[in-house]
Design a protein around this ligand. Structure first.
Ligand SMILES: [Fe+2]
Length: 419
């Protein structure tokens, strides 16, 4: 079998039929699925694949030219292709079927975002984290929830200062910031951020001063003996939908009028300009830029500024509305992860003079969290212990997972499915 551009071990899915029309090849499976592709694509993804790296090696100008495909047929369930150059490939039918099914797309296997309100999700979905460093099934279940609900909590993790870094190492590289790699959130005498005081923090997202704010944030409670300081979360997807549906003027202002965000530090000067609700390019995930401590100035004509402020007031009111916001108290050993660009988070005030509230945290970019989850779920990967034991008590069904009936087989061609 010719090397495939994948490290997964795909289930064997024998091809039933192959039809060729010039340079266009259409494959068919017994369940009715079909897949259409071009000779040049087959050439670069079979002949051109290095067996060690599984990456392509052929410059586009060196691909077998149009008109050079001389044969395409079924060979013991696989696809056999031949070119006039004398090159031949036998392509894994399981891998071809995974492409036909769209398994190669960014959203495949990681679940779709599942918006929630306080009535849907009264508390963060929680998992027993006592064995998260040793049991990949816990890690997979927790990260999976994180990528759909945008919020997931481990409970009963060790309350050591190093736990955050140890767990991050099992996910991916830490996204550093002006707070460092793993940072500490606690009230200090000379704070470098509003977070390191006992003040209440309104619903916000971190680091809107960056072109791309960190994808996920993790906070591990090492110690908490203060009164107050409860954590608050709201799903930005639900907040944005509420604004779009019931406050269209505010939604329009929040998605189009831009602000300058800038941090203030003796040795740092990060800046970015964007709207508070930033949908980015097509296919990009939502980015909320909601952190008033670093929102510096409107970047719009003076006549637009009154409605920009009015829209922010509406945004803040919805983000703090009990219909959307849930409250929970950090217990020592809790480790909460959340989508920093989607989930609005905040906290109640606390008295730093009585007791101690100490969190260890870090950021990890979205790409690295999704990559880790895909690897944990990669077909053919060695089974991990007791996935059932990792089921969260408060998780709800993933609408991306069919619960009744079989999905229709795909009829697709390369480029024919949305990300
Ligand atoms: Fe924050």
């Amino acid at each position: 079998m010719t090397p495939i551009p994948s490290f997964a071990r795909h289930e064997r899915r024998p091809i039933a039929t192959v039809e060729r029309d010039g340079d266009v090849v259409t494959l068919g499976w017994a369940d009715g699925a079909s897949f259409t592709c071009l000779s040049e694509w087959l050439h670069e993804q079979s002949i051109g694949i290095d067996p060690s790296t599984r990456e392509g090696t052929v410059e586009p100008s060196d691909l077998a030219p149009p008109g050079s495909l001389v044969g395409a047929f079924v060979d013991d369930g696989a696809l056999r292709v031949e070119w006039a150059t004398g090159e031949r490939a036998t392509v894994d039918p399981g891998w071809l079927r995974s492409i036909a099914d769209g398994d190669h797309l960014p959203g495949s296997g990681v679940g779709r975002p599942r918006p929630w309100t306080a009535s849907d999700l009264p508390e963060p979905p929680s998992f027993d984290g006592s064995r998260v460093l040793d049991d990949e099934s816990v890690l997979e279940a927790w990260l999976g929830e994180l990528c759909t609900t945008g919020l997931a909590r481990l409970r009963s993790t060790p309350t050591t200062d190093d736990l955050m870094a140890e767990l991050a190492a099992r996910i991916g590289p830490i996204r550093g910031s002006n707070f460092g790699g793993v940072f500490t959130v606690e009230s200090v005498v000379e704070p470098d951020s509003t977070a390191n005081t006992g003040r209440a923090l309104g619903q916000h997202t971190d680091l809107p001063t960056r072109e791309t704010p960190p994808g996920f944030q993790f906070l591990h409670c090492v110690e908490n003996t203060v009164a107050g300081g409860a954590s608050r979360m709201a799903d930005g997807l639900a907040v944005v939908e509420e604004l779009r549906s019931n406050h269209p003027e505010a939604h329009e202002a929040l998605t189009t009028l831009e602000w300058v965000f800038a941090n203030r530090a003796p040795d740092g000067d990060h800046r970015w300009v964007a709207p508070l609700i930033d949908h980015g390019a097509t296919g990009s995930p939502l980015t909320l830029r909601a952190f008033y401590p670093v929102r510096l100035a409107p970047h719009m004509p003076i006549e637009d500024q009154p409605r920009a402020y009015a829209a922010m007031r509406t945004f803040s009111a919805v983000a703090h509305d009990a219909r959307f916001m849930i409250t929970s108290v950090f217990e020592p050993g809790d480790l909460v992860g959340f989508d920093n660009r989607r989930i609005l988070h905040g906290r109640d005030a606390f008295d730093p003079g009585v007791g101690r509230r100490r969190l260890r945290g870090c950021y990890i970019d979205r790409d690295d969290v999704l990559s880790r989850l895909r690897v944990l779920r990669r077909p053919g990967r060695a089974a991990t212990p007791t996935a059932a034991a990792a089921a969260p008590a408060t998780a709800t069904p993933d609408p991306a997972t069919p619960v009744a009936g079989a999905p229709p087989p795909p009829t697709r061609s390369i480029g024919g499915v949305a990300p």
